[in-house]
Design a protein around this ligand. Structure first.
Ligand SMILES: [Zn+2]
Ligand SMILES: [Zn+2]
Length: 352
C-alpha cells in the first residue's frame, strides 16, 4: 500500500480501506437494504456475535446449575460459574494469543500495528504487557463479570426479574437479541465518555490505555472501577423482559467480544483465506490516537458528537482543530487552567 508519509494511515502495518464505514442502520435518509446487509453480516456468518450466541446456547443447556439451586446463594454453584468463566476467557483470549502472537500463524498479515507486545516495560504490571493484561482480566474482570451473573441468576430464580419465554412472546424474544448489541454500544459510548473525564481517567481507565498497541488479552484488561461500569450494561435485564439466554448472550458480548476486537488483526486467516472477521480498526485508532472513536461502529455516536476518526488525514486534522477550539472555549471562562484540566485530557489527539 503506498501512502502519503505524512498521513496518519502510513503509521500502520495494514489497515482496511479508508475512510472506514459505520453502520448504515442509523443512516439518514434511511438505507434499509444496506442496513439489513450490515446486520446480516454479523448474524449470518462466523463473527463475534454468532460465536457469542452459540456459547450462550451451549452454556445455558449444559453448563448452568438449575434455577432451584441458584435460588440460594452458595459457594458451590457460584464457584462453578467462576471457574467456567475463567475457562471461557482463557479459551477465547488464550487461543487468539497463541495463534497470532506465540505461534505467529499468519505473521503480519492483516495486522494493524507493526509492533509486538511490550516486554521489560515499567508502565505494565510485572513489566510485561501480556502478563499485565492477563492479570487484570483474570483477577478483576472475571470476578466482576461473575458477580453480575450470579446476582442476576439468583434474582431470576427468586422471581425478582421479569422473565419471558419464546412461546410467550416470540417476536420480542427474537427482537431483543438484535437490540442487545445496539444497547451495549449505546451504553459503552456513554460509560467510555465518562471514564475519559480526567479524574476518572487517572483513577481507572488509564490502566486499559497503557495499551497503545493491543492484543487479545487487552480486551477486558481494565481497572475494577471500569469493570463495574462496563459490565453494568447487563443491569437492564433486571427491568426488561428477558430469558436467561438473552442475559448470557449479553454477558458474552461484553466479556468475549473485546478479545476479538482487540486482537490487533483484521481477521483470522486459515490457509491464506480470511475465515473469521475480527477487526476493529475503529477501536484500534482509539488506543493509538486517544481522543476519538469512543463508541463502536454499531452506533454513530462519534459522528454525532464530532469525535469520529475514519482513518484519513483529513479526519485527523479536523479532530485536532476541533480539540483546539474546545480548549480555547474553556480558556475563555477565565478560570485559568483549572477548567481545562478538569474537562480535557493532556494527551489530546496523538500519534504514537
Ligand atoms: Zn478510552
Ligand atoms: Zn480498548
Amino acid at each position: 500500500m503506498s501512502e502519503d508519509p505524512k498521513s496518519p494511515a502510513s503509521e500502520w502495518n495494514w489497515h482496511p480501506s479508508l475512510p472506514i464505514p459505520t453502520s448504515p442502520v442509523f443512516s439518514w435518509p434511511p438505507k434499509p437494504i444496506a442496513g439489513l446487509k450490515w446486520l446480516a453480516s454479523y448474524w449470518l456468518w462466523i463473527s463475534g456475535t454468532t460465536m457469542e450466541i452459540l456459547v450462550a446456547i451451549l452454556i445455558w443447556n449444559f453448563f448452568m446449575p438449575d434455577m432451584e439451586t441458584m435460588a440460594t446463594l452458595s459457594l458451590g454453584w457460584v464457584s462453578q460459574i467462576y471457574v467456567r468463566n475463567l475457562i471461557l476467557i482463557c479459551l477465547v483470549a488464550g487461543s487468539l494469543h497463541l495463534y497470532f502472537y506465540t505461534l505467529k500463524k499468519q505473521e503480519a498479515a492483516l495486522k494493524f500495528d507493526p509492533r509486538s507486545m511490550a516486554k521489560n516495560n515499567g508502565k505494565f504490571t510485572f513489566r510485561n504487557q501480556v502478563h499485565d493484561n492477563m492479570f487484570w482480566t483474570l483477577a478483576s474482570g472475571v470476578t466482576i463479570w461473575t458477580t453480575y451473573e450470579v446476582l442476576w441468576f439468583w434474582a431470576a430464580a427468586n422471581g425478582y426479574t421479569p422473565l419471558v419465554t419464546f412461546s410467550e412472546a416470540p417476536v420480542w424474544f427474537l427482537a431483543w437479541f438484535a437490540i442487545i448489541p445496539i444497547w451495549a454500544s449505546l451504553h459503552f459510548y456513554w460509560i467510555h465518555r465518562l471514564i475519559h473525564w480526567p479524574p476518572l481517567y487517572r483513577l481507572a481507565h488509564s490502566l486499559h490505555h497503557r495499551n497503545v498497541n493491543v492484543g487479545p488479552w487487552t480486551g477486558i484488561s481494565m481497572h475494577p472501577v471500569e469493570h463495574l461500569l462496563y459490565f453494568s450494561s447487563v443491569v437492564i435485564h433486571f427491568v426488561v423482559l428477558s430469558h436467561p439466554l438473552h442475559f448470557l448472550f449479553h454477558l458474552f458480548v461484553q466479556a468475549l467480544n473485546p478479545p476479538l476486537s482487540h486482537s490487533g488483526f483484521d481477521g483470522l486467516k486459515i490457509g491464506g483465506v480470511k475465515k473469521v472477521e475480527l477487526g476493529d480498526f475503529f477501536h484500534q485508532m482509539h488506543h493509538r490516537y486517544f481522543e476519538c472513536n469512543y463508541g463502536t461502529v454499531e452506533m454513530p455516536w462519534d459522528k454525532w458528537f464530532g469525535s469520529f476518526h475514519d482513518g484519513t488525514k483529513e479526519a485527523h486534522e479536523g479532530l485536532k482543530e476541533h480539540r483546539q477550539k474546545i480548549m480555547s472555549q474553556y480558556k475563555k471562562y477565565r478560570l485559568g487552567n483549572f477548567i481545562t484540566r478538569l474537562f480535557t485530557s493532556k494527551e489530546g489527539l496523538k500519534i504514537v
